[in-house]
Design a protein around this ligand. Structure first.
Ligand code: NAD
Length: 257
C-alpha cells in the first residue's frame, strides 16, 4: 500500500492516537503534517524523527483546534491535503448539573466543531483533485453512552452525524468520509491512569486493566494506536473506495454487547 505523493494532515497528533495515525500514514508513504496547540522544540523534533524514520516529508504546524480561525489556517498553511484525519480531542467527566460550562464549550469546539472547520477548508482542494479521504476519530461513545460524559458523548455522536453529511455531499466525487470508533486504546494518557486505578481498587496491573478499565470491552484487551492508524491507512486504500458515510468500530466487541 503506498500513499506516496499524498499529503495527510492529522489534528492533535503529537501524542496518542493522532501520533499513531501519523506514523502509519508515514509508513505507508504519505507526507504528513502533525499538529497540536503547542509550539515547542520537541514538537518539531518529533516531525524530524518521523521524517527520518520513514523517508517522507513531515512538518509540525501549531494550531489550536478550539479556535475556528486556527483550524482553517492549519489547512491553508499546509497547502491543503489529500487525507484529513480529525483526531484532536479532550475529555471531562462530571454530572450534567455540575458540568463546567467552559469544559462543555471546549469539548464541543475541539472534538466536534474543529472537524467542521478543517473539512470546510480542505474540501475545495480535494474536489479540484477529484480525490480525498477524510477520517474522523470518533469513539465507541459516538455510538453508545456512559454517565458523566455528556459533552464527550454529545460531541462524538455529533461527529458521526457530520461524517454522514460530509459523505453525502462528496459522494461519487472520489472523496470519502468515515468515522473510526475506538474502544479503550492504550495511549500515554490511559497508561498514566493505571497506577491510580491499581491503588484505588487494590489490584495488580493486569487485574485492574481486565476487571475495571476494560470492563465494557469484551476482548479485555486495549486497542493500540498502531491499529487505529492501520485502519486509517485501510480507509485510504483502493479497497475502501466505496466505503463512505459509515463507522468502523475498533473496540474489542464493546458495541456488540
Ligand atoms: P491524547 O490526549 O493522547 O491526544 C489528544 C491530542 O489532541 C494530543 O496530541 C493533544 O495535544 C491534542 N489536542 C488537545 N487539545 C488540542 C487543541 N486545542 N488543539 C490542537 N490539538 C489539541 O488522547 P488520545 O487518547 O490519543 O485521543 C485522541 C482522539 O481519540 C480523541 O478524539 C479521543 O476522543 C479519541 N479516542 C480515544 C480513546 C482512548 O481510549 N484513548 C478512545 C476512543 C476515542
Amino acid at each position: 500500500m503506498t500513499l506516496k505523493g499524498k499529503r495527510a494532515i492529522v489534528t492533535g497528533s503529537n501524542s496518542g492516537i493522532g501520533l499513531g495515525c501519523a506514523e502509519e500514514l508515514a509508513r505507508a508513504g504519505a507526507d504528513v503534517v502533525i499538529n497540536s496547540f503547542t509550539d515547542r522544540d520537541e514538537d518539531h523534533a518529533l516531525a524530524a524523527r518521523l521524517a527520518a524514520e520513514h523517508g517522507v516529508a513531515v512538518r509540525y504546524i501549531p494550531a489550536d483546534m478550539s479556535k475556528a480561525e486556527d483550524c482553517r489556517a492549519l489547512i491553508e498553511t499546509a497547502g491543503g491535503c489529500d487525507i484529513l484525519v480529525n483526531n484532536a480531542g479532550i475529555q471531562h467527566v462530571a454530572a450534567i448539573e455540575e458540568f463546567p460550562i467552559a469544559k462543555w464549550d471546549a469539548i464541543i469546539a475541539i472534538n466536534l466543531s474543529s472537524a467542521f472547520h478543517t473539512t470546510a477548508a480542505a474540501l475545495p482542494g480535494m474536489r479540484a483533485k477529484g480525490w480525498g479521504r477524510i477520517v474522523n476519530i470518533a469513539s465507541a461513545h459516538g455510538l453508545t453512552a456512559s454517565p458523566y460524559k455528556s459533552a464527550y458523548v454529545a460531541a462524538k455522536h455529533g461527529i458521526v452525524g457530520f461524517t454522514k453529511v460530509t459523505a453525502l455531499e462528496t459522494a461519487g466525487k472520489g472523496i470519502t468520509c468515515n468515522a473510526i470508533c475506538p474502544g479503550y486504546v492504550l495511549t500515554p494518557l490511559v497508561e498514566a491512569q493505571i497506577p491510580d486505578q491499581m491503588k484505588a481498587h487494590d489490584m495488580d496491573r493486569e487485574t485492574v486493566i481486565r476487571e475495571v478499565m476494560l470492563q465494557r470491552q469484551p476482548s479485555r484487551q486495549f486497542a493500540t494506536t498502531a491499529q487505529i492508524g492501520g485502519t486509517v491507512v485501510f480507509l485510504c486504500s483502493g479497497a475502501a473506495e466505496q466505503i463512505t458515510g459509515t463507522t468502523i468500530s475498533v473496540d474489542g466487541g464493546w458495541t456488540a454487547l
